[in-house]
Design a protein. Structure first.
Length: 194
């Protein structure tokens, strides 16, 4: 029987080990952000993770347990504000289309669930497609914003911010041109009369 090591934990199921590895990546991403955060921010992050049931393996649940213990020991946090930690049994598994039973592996008193390989592959494809879609949308919006700034900085027509000033300047210029042409005409007329 193969075993898969993720962090400090060993898994007998490859799918669960992959899920645990993804959770470990998420934890490694969160740790630097939480390291220097205020206790209130850590509480918010913890409560969001618990509400969304973001972790479903012993790796993620042990991280949540550690966060919970740190919050309980904090003197600035009211223990009533700390959500209770969920169990893996509270997490609804995805539809099992391959008719394989959902595997439960006990680890440190917690029960973990895993998805089949095809479910993971489908979810991975869906998430990659969604990620690509979001990147395209973000790049499109960024291009539009940059384009708007470029157009607004290079355009000579008045905007709502400088409309009055532009109109006044335009009329002053017209008035000066008319006065100059009037003076020219008067000089020509005088020259013709002489």
């Amino acid at each position: 029987m193969a075993s898969y090591k993720v962090g400090e934990f060993t898994f007998s199921d490859e799918a669960t080990a992959k899920k645990a590895a993804n959770e470990l990546k998420a934890i490694n991403y969160l740790m630097p952000q939480l390291k220097n955060a205020k206790d209130s921010d850590i509480l918010k992050a913890y409560n969001q993770l618990v509400q969304r049931k973001m972790f479903s393996t012993v790796v993620g649940l042990s991280f949540l347990q550690q966060l919970q213990n740190n919050l309980i020991s904090s003197s600035t946090i009211n223990n009533k504000d700390i959500l209770p930690l969920y169990s893996v049994g509270d997490i609804k598994p995805a539809d099992n289309k391959d008719n394989e039973p959902v595997k439960k592996v006990p680890n440190r008193g917690a029960v973990t669930t895993s998805k089949t390989k095809s479910d993971l592959a489908k979810e991975n494809k869906r998430l990659k497609a969604f990620n690509t879609f979001l990147v395209v949308i973000c790049l499109t919006l960024l291009t539009a914003v940059i384009g708007m700034f470029y157009v607004s900085s290079t355009i000579n027509s008045p905007t709502i911010l400088n409309y009055e000033e532009e109109l006044i300047n335009k009329y002053v210029d017209w008035e000066q041109e008319l006065e100059e042409k009037e003076m020219e005409l008067l000089q020509r007329e005088r020259a013709l009369n002489k």
